[in-house]
Design a protein around this ligand. Sequence first.
Ligand code: GRG
Length: 298
Amino acid sequence: MPDAALNEFWRGLDDVRQMVERRLDAWLPRADEPPERLHAAMRYSLFAGGKRVRPILCLLACRAVGGADEHALPPACAIECIHTYSLIHDDLPAMDDDDVRRGKLSCHKKFDPATAILAGDALLTLAFGLIAEHSAHAEVARLLTAEVAAAAGCAGMVGGQMADLLAEGAGPDEETLHFIHERKTGALIRASVRTGALAGRAGEAELAALTEYARRVGLAFQIADDILDETATTGELGKTAGKDRDAGKLTFPAVYGLDESRARARRIADEATRAVAGLGRAAEPLQKLAEFIVARTA
Ligand code: GRG
């Protein structure tokens, strides 16, 4: 459970969250633009109430290296579009088959499976358009495109999802667990931090420190997610609780148990905090965010 100061810090990020919401709203096709059903579905899932952890990481990483928010907004919004697409597709009957997401009906339940597939496809494609169109410099756009493509594709999130599906019911296996988590969730979180740093024109040492931070935060985030799946309610999570265990998923609690998983998450968050200590006060918000991520209850 986060303490009062951590909750206060999380609420204090509302300004960042609202900046991202406004920009996503401006950059997405309007719901009354044809084909209205597609645009309505994209907006329905994108504005269904996500925590915006990835855009926040991107903006805080950019600030940590002295960059302007404006430069981080294209990758921050692009990554949130990709994250939302992954949730829409993950909820489909052919994947995790879930009716609830972000506390609302999942996209294919609100609309229909074909619309949900297309809404996900369109969000993924739009993401790369946002980076190409709104990045301040062509060279930065190139770096961001490569970073995001690697994180979202077969070497990252999609590959992790495939490995996750293949591992269902296979029994506890540490190596496969790490393989899946580094890709399925870790890759996009790592890209959130690294694209923020790249957009802010980080130096080599800054980028290396932030990459170390990001690897650990990605892992800590997923461990916390695995723990919450077992300990929180569907109401708290806004998605069906207890599904991982029921589906025989390879999770941290399945391999290490709940107590050891909690201890590992805290240890990894501490390592994340130390990784960016050299960046000084500018990195403090990232350090607090690492702490919040493992203490969160939803
Ligand atoms: C379908 C290509 C494809 C990939 C799906 C991300 C993913 C891969 C599946 C989602 C299933 C899942 C529970 C993943 C683990 C962690 C995770 C990504 C949780 C959701 O992220 P949050 O907590 O969600 O940031 P909000 O709604 O706050 O944005």
